[in-house]
Design a protein around this ligand. Structure first.
Ligand code: KG4
Ligand code: ZN
Length: 336
């Protein structure tokens, strides 16, 4: 079965084709970063309009790279939430229309499930059950994963997502958008041990996170410093170290609580090298990540999640009605 995946939940148009026998056949991504850069963040209406411009050419591109015709596609999977409603509706409208025209099934995919399953696209995929740490611009989730669609939420951020905290902190330090990867690069020039920032909510039990206090602490430290380039790098490193350490402490706790020995990390922040190094150093734990290109939003994870749910596909006929869910908690999903 060949599944066309369409991702358009935020500022990336991602298209891919996954074959249940041959694996990933082609994928393409268009990032809107430049479009939003001058505003310092994603402008939802501009995002929707750009998805409209890019989705169809990217579908053509991916089909031609895979040397396929439209008729060779057996099903369409599109991101139906969570995300920006206008942006989601573009992918949903294109996905449903295409499926309806080709008389093939269409399946609404949860974006966070896409991230969660993305490490399974790699060689030596993790075996169920495992603990999943999902770290993106909109979410920080710890999930007990028993199988596809069998998700128990263990903990989440009660305020800013960790990616959001990276982005806001970067902005405050005068770095450009999107700040996460830029802050991480700057942290490499920081002096280790110059500052020691708090690890929020680690000294009490539980698996929830809070990153807004760390963000404010970072801002106050910056404002009270001489604001030299070295101060900026030192503070970036202190922020990143505290964020990474907080995530690591909660992962360790989640693994202990569930008894699982496998930790799977995904979402934009899973690209962070310091985070990977810290988690890889946990003794007796097997760690898995997506390849760098699939940490951030992409079509491959949506095509793959669709393929994992192909049973649901066969019963979901491409009806002309569709909807998008700006909020869609991952633990509302059920097995295919
Ligand atoms: O998964 P993603 O592309 O989009 C959402 O679903 O939100 O995640 C984007 C987030 C942004 O906040 C971005 O700054 C962050 O991931 N990010 C990073 C790194 N690369 C991307 N944060 C820290 N270090 C990185 N290397
Ligand atoms: Zn995402």
């Amino acid at each position: 079965m060949r599944v066309l995946g369409i991702e358009s939940s935020c500022d990336e148009t991602g298209i891919a084709i996954y074959d249940t026998e041959q694996g990933l056949l082609a994928h393409a991504l268009y990032s809107q970063v430049e479009l939003h850069a001058e505003y310092g963040g994603v402008v939802p209406e501009l995002a929707s309009r750009d998805h409209i411009r890019k989705a169809l050419p990217l579908i053509e591109q991916v089909l031609s790279e895979a040397k396929l015709q439209r008729q060779d596609i057996d099903a369409v999977a599109y991101t139906a939430g969570p995300g920006l409603v206008g942006a989601l509706l573009v992918g949903a409208a294109i996905g449903r229309s295409l499926a309806w025209a080709l008389a093939i099934p269409a399946l609404a995919i949860n974006h966070m499930e896409g991230h969660l399953l993305s490490p399974l696209l790699e060689d030596n995929p993790p075996a169920f059950p495992f603990v999943s740490l999902l770290v993106s611009g909109g979410h920080t989730l710890l999930v007990d994963v028993q199988g596809v669609g069998q998700y128990t939420l263990l903990g989440e951020s009660i305020d800013d997502a960790v990616g959001e905290a990276f982005d806001k902190t970067a902005k405050m330090l005068g770095l450009s958008y999107p700040g996460g990867p830029i802050l991480a690069a700057l942290a490499e020039q920081g002096t280790a041990g110059k500052y020691d920032f708090p690890r929020p909510m680690t000294n009490r039990p539980g698996l929830d996170f809070s990153f807004s206090g760390l963000k404010t602490f970072t801002m106050n430290t910056w404002l009270n410093s001489e604001q030299t380039d070295q101060d900026r790098a030192d503070i970036a490193l202190a922020f990143q170290t505290a964020a990474v350490e907080t995530l690591a402490i909660k992962c360790k706790r989640a693994l202990k609580q569930t008894g699982h020995r496998i930790l799977v990390v995904a979402g934009g922040v899973s690209a962070n090298t310091a985070l990977r190094e810290r988690l890889n150093a946990m003794i007796g734990i097997e760690t898995h990540y997506p390849r760098q290109a699939f940490c951030s939003d992409n079509g491959a994870m949506i095509a793959f999640a669709g393929a994992m749910r192909q049973d649901a596909m066969t019963i979901t006929a491409a009806s002309p009605t569709f909807s998008a869910r700006p909020r869609w908690p991952i633990d509302e999903l059920s097995p295919p």
